[in-house]
Structure formats: C-alpha cells, structure tokens
Ligand binder design. Structure first.
Ligand SMILES: CCCCCCCCCC(=O)SCCNC(=O)CCNC(=O)[C@H](O)C(C)(C)COP(=O)(O)OP(=O)(O)OC[C@H]1O[C@@H](n2cnc3c(N)ncnc32)[C@H](O)[C@@H]1OP(=O)(O)O
Length: 342
C-alpha cells in the first residue's frame, strides 16, 4: 500500500495510505465486506444522514440530478452548505476515479426554496490531462439559485509542500457540544422564560453536524470580541473510509455552517436583520475524514458596505491542513434594543 504523503490533494481514499489505483465512486453503497454483518448493519443504522439523504442525489437524466432537503435555517432559505455539497456531488459524478476535488467557487444568486427540490444541471466544461472542470447550476422554479465551478486533479505529488501551523486548542474530549452548552444554560434556575423558549427551539433543530465551541460564548453577556472563532466540527453519524469526494462534499456542507457569523463578533450592539452568503470558495489540500473531529478556524479580515468577508481553515487532529474556504456575505444589521433598566 503506497504511503500517501501529507499535502496530497483530496485523494480518493479517506485514509492516509491507499492502493495505487484507489476505488473512488460516489455511489453510496455500504462499505466493503458483508453488508449483512452486525458491524455493517450498525454502521448503516448510524450512517450519517448527510450521506443517506442530503448528499444522495437522484439521477434524473445524464448530468441532471435532483436533491432534497434535510435541515433548513430559521431564515427559511435553503442552507448554502447543502446546495454547495449537493452541487459538488453532482459535479463529481461525471469525473473519473483517478481525479480528486481540489477546489470549488460558487455564487448564491437566489434564495433556495425549501418547499421544492433542487435540480443540478452539470456542464462538462473540460477534461484536461491533469485537471478536469465542471460547471453546475442549481435550479429551482426554472431559475438558477447557485452557480458553481468545481475543479478536479490527478494525483500529482510535488516537493513543494508547506502549511501554516494549526492553532493550539483543547481536544474535543475536553469541550462540550453546542447541545450540552444549551442544556447547561437551561439548567440555570433564574433563566428568564423568553430565553428558555429560544434555547429549546435551538435544541430542537436537527442539524446533521456536531459542534464543540473552543471558547463558548458567555450566555446573555455578549461582549465584543475579535472577528475570530474556533470550534471542533464533524458530521453526525458514520461515513467511514469511503471515498474522498464524499468527504469533500460533507466538508463543503460543514464549511458554510456558522462561518458568516464570525464577522458579527466585534459588534454585540447589532444583530443581523438580513444575512446571507453571496459566494463561497473552497480548496481541498489533504485527505481527511469529515465524520471525525476537525478543528474549524474562522476569521473575518474585513467588513464594510453591508458585506463581511470570512475565511475558514479546517484542520485534522494531527495538525494537517485539510481544507480552506473563503466567503463573502451580505450583512444588514440593526441595533440590539435591550429592555431599559428603569
Ligand atoms: C450573521 C448571523 C449568522 C448568519 C446566518 C445566515 C447565514 C447562513 C448562510 C446561508 O446559508 S445563506 C443561504 C445561501 N445564500 C443565499 O441564499 C443568498 C442568495 N442570493 C440572494 O438571495 C440575492 O442574491 C440577494 C438577496 C443576496 C441579493 O438580491 P437583491 O439585490 O435582489 O436583493 P436586495 O439585497 O436588494 O434585498 C434583499 C433583502 O434585503 C432587504 N434590503 C435591501 N436593502 C436593505 C437595506 N439597506 N437595509 C435593510 N434591508 C435591506 C430587501 O428588502 C430584501 O428583503 P426581503 O427579501 O425581505 O424583501
């Protein structure tokens, strides 16, 4: 088995060692081995809903797919990460086993309608010797809601390999999940009813991602902070070694979650009146498992003109940089009105 060096682009195997010609398909069949075995059955039972439904597109025709929705934000516009993840699945379906997703660039041009499915029309722009490019239009009501270009590359190792150093943070085992933090806040005896309602609503949302904030917010005492945020993330449920294209699609889904909010951290006196991602770009650097804890380092280098620029880096636990992303979002805010003390 060839040992895969760190820094390889998004390979077809999620482990760090792989066969010379790794199997790489996006069909979501059970893992190798006896699908009836208790272990495989357990895995199937625990299989991440991201794999079994959100990223499991129905093929309508050649290069035409249909996706359904799982979780929709309170804004009642489709979650951008879902549309990006599904678009990458559609693009990857027409790309050979020896090619790996290394980047994607998207624009969100209309709000997604949670009441109807999304169609994904794939355009095979170019099949080059090393790079293959696909263009995908996510369509609803006959109009594009997202335009996405994705590029795939053959495995081409190089002596040029470097990366930043992963931030030093506590391991996920030492931190609480978002749900555990909410339950902690709800356990406070003097918690006002209106807060209880909001927290229970948050608790009821079935987001297919687990999150452990590295610096949990001090509830109700929102103070200004640098536009930087760190949290451990992973897909809920089991995905397995599978193939890297699938893990890249899950990472694309995860990367859009809680990213734009980084730009609001320095402004506790304001809340979002209208917030939505305008674009999203992502680069995949190394193999990783999206169903294992990864550190998501988010920062916002700039905001202005009712927009915020946010950037993210996804780190493997062993310090390898797995993926990077950048996004600009529209951020229209209004002052937070607090009940007067009088
Ligand atoms: C910050 C907290 C955390 C963030 C959580 C949410 C982020 C989650 C990430 C996502 O998943 S967002 C989903 C993916 N992205 C999208 O769905 C965006 C898709 N693109 C679009 O919907 C349109 O391209 C876009 C609205 C961005 C621009 O279209 P338009 O130029 O035609 O609309 P415009 O910006 O003029 O108006 C949009 C809304 O802002 C309102 N608006 C415009 N100017 C305003 C102003 N100056 N002040 C306040 N509101 C204003 C305007 O009324 C309208 O409200 P309504 O939709 O309720 O009518």
């Amino acid at each position: 088995m060839a040992e895969r060096k760190v820094g390889d682009i998004c390979g077809s195997s999620a482990s760090t060692t792989s066969d010379d010609h790794p199997k790489d398909t996006l069909d979501l069949k059970p893992e190798d081995g006896d699908p009836e075995s208790p272990e495989a059955q357990k895995d199937q039972d625990l299989k991440s809903v991201l794999v079994t439904s959100v990223l499991n597109l129905e093929e309508i025709d050649v290069d035409l797919y249909r996706g359904t929705h799982h979780w929709v934000p309170r804004t009642q516009r489709l979650f951008g990460g879902q549309i990006i993840g599904q678009a990458l699945v559609a693009a990857a379906k027409s790309v050979g086993d020896n090619l790996y997703a290394h980047s994607l660039h998207c624009y969100f041009v209309r709000a997604g309608d949670p009441k109807v499915p999304v169609l994904y029309q794939v355009d095979r722009i170019r099949d080059g010797r090393s790079f293959t490019v696909r263009s995908v239009r996510a369509i609803q009501h006959g109009q594009p809601i997202l335009i996405c270009q994705a590029s795939f590359q053959m495995l081409q190792p190089s002596p040029l390999q470097h990366q930043f150093t992963m931030p030093a943070v506590p391991p996920p085992e030492d931190l609480l999940t978002a749900e555990e933090l909410i339950r902690l806040y709800l356990s406070k005896p003097d918690l006002a009813e209106k807060y209880k309602l909001g927290l229970n609503k948050l608790l009821a949302i079935e987001v297919p991602i687990e999150i452990k904030p590295v610096n949990p917010p001090v509830f109700y005492k929102v103070t200004a902070s640098e536009p930087k945020n760190l949290f451990w993330v992973r897909a809920r449920g089991y995905i397995g070694e599978g193939n890297m294209k699938l893990h890249c699609c899950v990472a694309a889904y995860v990367s859009d979650f809680a990213l734009l909010g980084t730009a609001l951290l320095p402004y506790p006196g304001y809340r979002a009146q209208f917030a939505a991602s305008l674009d999203h770009a992502m680069w995949f650097h190394s193999t990783f498992r999206s169903d294992e804890w990864m550190l998501y380092e988010c920062e916002s280098p700039w905001a202005g003109g009712s927009r915020g620029l946010v950037q993210g880096r996804l780190w493997r636990r062993d310090g390898v940089l797995a993926a990077s992303c950048s996004q600009e979002g529209v951020l229209r805010v209004k002052p937070v009105t607090r009940p007067s003390k009088l």
